[in-house]
Design a protein around this ligand. Structure first.
Ligand SMILES: NC(=O)c1ccc[n+]([C@@H]2O[C@H](COP(=O)([O-])OP(=O)(O)OC[C@H]3O[C@@H](n4cnc5c(N)ncnc54)[C@H](OP(=O)(O)O)[C@@H]3O)[C@@H](O)[C@H]2O)c1
Length: 247
């Protein structure tokens, strides 16, 4: 039996209604894992559910910005062997346009949601020993792009949180890591393209030696981090960028 399988593992995936979260859930099910899917859009979550291999998966609709819905998710959650924090947002604009509302929007979704969710799940002791936690950061966390100040800062904060978490949970054999993709073809890619222009985005992608990323590319790295094949890895950040930062 390969160490990369996810048999007998129950994994919570946030942002499972779209993009990387949706594909990660589908890929996890192909590796034998049981899924708890969460997101706000019930119809999209059902679409994800319909594409999963195997039985026994569960869907919990929740707006994770709302404390009561976050608590309800945590209450309904079975014991988990892994969490993939994929819910996130991107809203690029120059620094002179930052106001309190924009700051809150990015930090609340990209930083506060995963932090408060982890705190709640740990308080309710819903994490099995030897579990694996994976946060979706971004290559911007270490290599910010023009116009992406809030997004990059929110991801850098998340990376620091993941390392601190790794230190707090290692005695239970629980691991915490990040993956940091460059541009991946999802709805978020389209939003980023609208915020710039197709020409600027095409020019950006032309700097990726291996071309643009796809959700499967990210899902495969996450599966490695969730599986026992990565049992000796914690507190790290895997860059997935098609060679972009080599350039
Ligand atoms: N795509 C990229 O190029 C790229 C690159 C680097 C890093 N990332 C990171 O990867 C993650 C996934 O990105 P993606 O491209 O898959 O994005 P996406 O397709 O836009 O999906 C975002 C997900 O976040 C969920 N979400 C947003 N606000 C939420 C809230 N308040 N409560 C619960 N769920 C909420 C959405 O749920 P609903 O649709 O149900 O509302 C959706 O499932 C993000 O953290 C992103 O920063 C993406």
């Amino acid at each position: 039996m390969t160490a990369f399988h996810l048999n007998d593992k129950t994994i919570l995936v946030t942002g499972a209604s779209s993009g990387i979260g949706m594909q990660t859930a589908i890929s996890i099910s192909k590796m034998g894992g049981k899924l708890i899917l969460t997101g706000r859009n019930k119809e999209n979550l059902k679409t994800t559910l319909s594409q999963l291999n195997g039985e026994g998966h569960k869907l919990i609709v929740a707006d994770l910005l709302k404390e009561d819905e976050r608590n309800k998710l945590i209450e309904e959650l079975p014991m988990v062997d892994g969490i993939v924090h994929s819910a996130g947002t991107v809203n690029p604009f120059p620094i002179k346009f930052i106001d309190q509302e924009k700051l809150n929007e990015t930090m609340n979704i990209n930083y506060e949601i995963p932090v408060l969710l982890m705190a709640g799940v740990m308080r309710k002791k819903k994490i099995n020993p030897k579990a694996s936690i994976v946060f979706l950061s971004s290559v911007s966390g270490q290599h910010p792009h023009k116009g992406g100040s809030l997004y990059a800062s929110s991801k850098a904060a998340l990376e620091a949180f993941s390392k601190a978490l790794a230190l707090e949970v290692y005695l239970q054999g629980i691991r915490s890591n990040c993956v940091s993709p460059a541009m991946v073809k999802t709805a978020m890619y389209d939003v980023a393209e609208k915020g710039m222009s197709k020409e600027i985005m095409d020019e950006h992608i032309s700097q990726y030696p291996l071309g643009v990323g796809y959700p499967e590319d990210v899902a495969n790295a996450i599966i490695f981090l969730l599986s026992d094949a990565s049992r000796w890895i914690t507190g790290i950040n895997i860059t997935l960028d098609g060679g972009f930062i080599l350039q």
